[in-house]
Ligand binder design. Structure first.
Ligand code: UD1
Ligand code: PEP
Length: 435
């Protein structure tokens, strides 16, 4: 179990460039299985989850060549389907959430897709019904081995159909879409997730020869094609990292420029921080956060009622930033309710923040009320364990703003989504070491 040692209280300054997007990379990498031709992918983040998926692809027989930092070519022209039944796959496949998206492409191209119950953050129930209901609608037979938690779908030929997803699942939509592109006839997916990463996947698939329309909406139409070809694709910057750096700058009262953020793909993110009174300024395609010398003040609603920050499927606010928005609220002037609607176990980390001196009431597993300190009181350093990726970074931000030396254990949780975070934070003046 790795540990960070953090000396809080230093102001940060300078520029930070976001890595390629983790959750986009997980979709895009699975899509390489849809073609036997060469696919080049750029801006792949060097993080645990993505590297695990790349090694799963390699074990499946995909030929992979590294071209440079974050750039690889993939060629899936000789896939070893026996690997899917191996004990090694049953072990390695559960190492991350994104591996679930291997199923759709495998089913579409080879007629069978298997996966052990995937891993990822333990942040509440993470069911897979939407994925498998979609495959069944396309004509696949579904099996589930309860003892081994092993899922399987098989079909000789998938057939396009209309489907209304029971929820706008992100990985579910990507998975079903990747199956539908090679199905016979037209598939309509309503209540599809439509976030920028999915839009990126759609655009990549169209470049490979797929016929997807409705991109960016929750109604996708897919005309099936026989085969797909090669392409080149570049990942967007990671919007959750961008949000993390906005929170970090505000909480440590630092002046920071976040480079090349792809503003137009950030949706509600700048607005959510602005509602807390944080100045998020657009400079070309960068975000500039000035030093908040006089703090930041929560904006109430027009009727004067207390601000609620809640998640919702895109174009709503991503649930992955609520932990960070909660931490930043600790030093705001005013009160705010953080409502995590999607996941039921993502707010329990607030007990650590309370230990550090934050004024937070956990109302129930989904809602926390934060009463801001307005920098009149500084958090105290402590020892903590990172429970999930975003809570981990939120605790890291709290530690960087606190007085004294904190330690965070189980930092593998942070490393699975943030590339080389300690070195990048040291470059902007943070006192953080990996021990
Ligand atoms: C690898 C990856 O891409 N992971 C992301 C993906 O996970 P993932 O695709 O696994 O998450 P889903 O979108 O399937 O669902 C997330 C959770 O929200 C619930 N739900 C979902 C949709 C909805 O309309 N209403 C609702 O309540 C689901 O029951 C589930 O509990 O999307 C999540 C939601 O943005 C993000 O937190 C994860 O970081
Ligand atoms: C929940 C997350 O990731 P995963 O779906 O991979 O667990 C996340 O990125 O915040």
């Amino acid at each position: 179990m790795g540990t960070f040692r953090i000396e809080g209280g230093h102001q940060l300054h300078g520029e930070i460039t976001p890595q390629g997007a983790k959750n986009e990379a997980l979709q895009i990498l699975c899509a390489v299985l849809l073609s036997g031709e060469k696919i080049t992918i750029n801006n792949i983040p060097d993080i645990i989850d993505v590297n695990k998926l790349i090694s799963l692809l390699e074990d499946l027989g995909v030929k992979i060549q590294k071209k440079g930092k974050g750039s690889y070519t993939f060629k899936a022209d000789d896939i070893n389907l026996d690997y899917l039944q191996s004990d090694q796959f049953k072990q390695d496949g559960r190492g991350l959430r994104g591996s679930i998206m291997l199923v759709g492409p495998l089913l579409a191209r080879f007629g069978k897709g298997y996966i052990p119950k995937p891993g990822g953050d333990k942040i509440g129930r993470r069911r897979l019904d939407t994925h498998f209901e979609g495959f069944i609608k396309l004509g696949a037979k579904f099996r589930y081995n309860k003892e081994e938690y092993f899922y399987g779908v098989e079909a000789e030929k998938l057939k396009g159909t209309y489907m209304l997803l029971d929820e706008a699942s992100v990985t579910g939509t990507a998975n079903i879409l990747m199956a539908a592109v090679l199905a016979e006839g037209t598939t309509t997916i309503y209540n599809a997730a439509c976030e920028p990463y999915l839009q990126q996947l759609c655009k990549m698939l169209n470049r490979m020869g797929a016929k997807i329309s409705g991109i960016g909406s929750n109604l996708l139409k897919v005309e099936g094609v026989e085969t797909l070809g090669g392409t080149e694709h570049t990942m967007l910057p990671d919007m959750i990292e961008i949000g993390s750096w906005i929170g970090l700058a505000a909480m440590t009262r630092s002046e920071l420029t976040i480079k090349n953020v792809s503003w137009d793909d950030l949706g509600q993110i700048p607005n959510a921080f602005q509602k807390l009174g944080i100045q998020v300024k657009r400079k070309g395609d960068d975000i500039y956060i000035p030093k908040h010398k006089n703090g930041y003040e929560v904006q109430n609603y027009i009727d004067g009622s207390i601000l609620t920050i809640a998640d919702a499927p895109w174009p709503g606010l991503t649930p992955d930033l609520l932990s960070i928005l909660l931490v930043v609220s600790i030093q705001a002037k005013g009160e705010v309710v953080i409502h995590q609607k999607m996941f039921e176990s993502r707010l329990f980390f607030v007990d650590k923040l309370i230990d550090m001196g934050a004024k937070i009431i956990l109302c129930d597993p989904h809602r926390a009320t934060v009463i801001g300190h307005n920098f009149k009181s500084t958090l105290k350093a402590t020892t903590m364990v990172s429970p999930d990726i975003r809570a981990g970074v939120s605790l890291l931000i709290a530690a960087l703003s606190a007085k004294g030396i904190s330690t965070i254990h189980n930092i593998e949780q942070i490393d699975r989504g943030y590339e080389n975070i300690d070195e990048r934070l040291r470059a902007i003046g943070a006192a953080i070491t990996r021990v």
